[in-house]
Design a protein around this ligand. Structure first.
Ligand code: AMP
Ligand code: ZN
Length: 144
């Protein structure tokens, strides 16, 4: 989390042109390129052009810049590979599966019965827990 280029960061090296990538989009804030190990054909990574480790670290303006290009990128990826759907995946922290510590969004094109996806174990709140959590999150937001 800094905003400055990090010499040991793979994605900062790609931004600097020191490592190659298959670029699909570039503007002053955002770069998008093919993932080197595609989960499905057309798997694209969307990254801020400055080094921040996680989504929580991104300044609002940079986050907004990524958000404004995401729908266009999704449409282009879906159209190009003939996908029927698409997952946007965003890992933050090693425990959440983040391997490259430069914030990024995965765009993963999907078709019926492609065998991808992960187990979604829906839970349930105990009595009063949802209200307590709501209050805590609202307060945390108000204090930012
Ligand atoms: P994550 O697990 O969310 O940190 O995902 C990191 C992603 O970066 C993985 O899907 C890798 O395949 C991808 N990746 C790593 N190195 C490169 C690279 N040089 N060019 C393109 N994608 C890469
Ligand atoms: Zn970086």
């Amino acid at each position: 989390m800094t905003g400055d280029a990090m010499t040991d960061c793979l994605f900062c090296k790609i931004i600097a042109g020191d490592l190659p990538c298959h670029r699909v989009y570039l503007d002053e804030n955002v770069l998008a390129f093919l993932d080197i190990g595609p989960v499905s054909s057309g798997h694209v990574l969307v990254i801020p052009n400055h080094h921040y480790e996680t989504l929580s670290d991104l300044p609002d303006e940079l986050s907004a810049a990524i958000g404004s290009v995401l729908p266009r990128l999704c449409r282009a990826v879906i159209e190009s590979v003939g996908a029927k759907g698409l997952n946007v995946l965003q890992n933050n922290g090693a425990c959440a599966g983040q391997v490259v510590n430069h914030a990024h969004f995965h765009l993963i094109p999907r078709i019926e019965d492609d065998g991808l996806g992960f187990r979604w174990r829906a839970g349930k709140y105990d009595n009063g827990e949802a209200e307590r959590l709501c209050g805590k999150i609202s307060n945390a937001l108000a204090n930012q």
